[in-house]
Design a protein around this ligand. Sequence first.
Ligand code: THU
Length: 160
Amino acid sequence: MQEEHTITIPFLKKDEADLTPEEARLLKQAKEATYRSYSPYSRFSVGAAALLEDGTIVEGSNQENAAYPSGLCAERTAVFYAKSRYPDKAVVLLCVVARDTSGQFTDRPIPPCGACCQVLMETESRQTTPLRVMLYGRQGTYFIDTVKNLLPIHFDASYL
Ligand code: THU
């Protein structure tokens, strides 16, 4: 017996002009964070800004290393810092942006890597409210309402 399953992932695409003031603020801070990226190897500067439930915004950028795997993505830098500083505050919205080797913000929305999705999944599971993800590109911004939609088939503590 075999059966085919299909997963559909809903997301919203918005123009920059249609962002709410709160979303626009988070985007501005994520863009600013790209200028604090340490990415001499890839020259790909990623910024992330996490909005916490009380309105606090925590930023992160990718931090590379000559021993390449020792570096860390912007998303995990931001979320790990947020949870180490404010362990009991839910992360409401995470914005991710990047500038490519030309120095321009990317046209396409920048998706978190698999390892970051995995960390975002567990971050969401620690809170009762969804963690929304906002992926910016010059051609539009994608809004994903829950990390489960980024990584629908995922490993978590329930399998241990
Ligand atoms: N990177 C991030 O920081 N976030 C992503 O979503 C994708 C990739 C970083 C890792 C590395 O420093 C550089 O971008 C190129 O892969």
